[in-house]
Design a protein. Structure first.
Length: 94
């Protein structure tokens, strides 16, 4: 059985096997994702640039991460266009 926990602390602070982040569709990481991209030496920006991940609805990208993150893996899950997010889209992404 999988244990899930919701937290609002800093993204780098969580010791977990997999940190899951829900992301809207965009061309490059923005907001907290952009801050995380800097800490991870541009790996998120590269994933957006080569279209491995764009935040499209139900699109996923699993990354192995190291310091400064305490998580073993980072899973990005796309929510689609930000202005069109609905409860059903959140349910699908979960």
């Amino acid at each position: 059985m999988m244990k899930t926990t919701t937290k609002s602390d800093g993204l780098l602070a969580h010791k977990t096997e997999c940190l899951v982040l829900f992301c809207i569709e965009e061309k490059t990481p923005s907001g907290k994702l952009a801050e995380l991209n800097i800490k991870l030496k541009g790996i998120l920006n590269a994933s957006f640039k080569n279209k491995r991940f764009e935040g499209k609805l139900n699109q996923t990208l699993l990354l192995n991460v190291t310091k400064p993150m305490r998580a073993d893996h980072l899973l990005l899950v796309g929510l689609g266009e930000g202005i069109k997010i609905t409860a059903d889209k959140l349910r699908q992404a979960a």
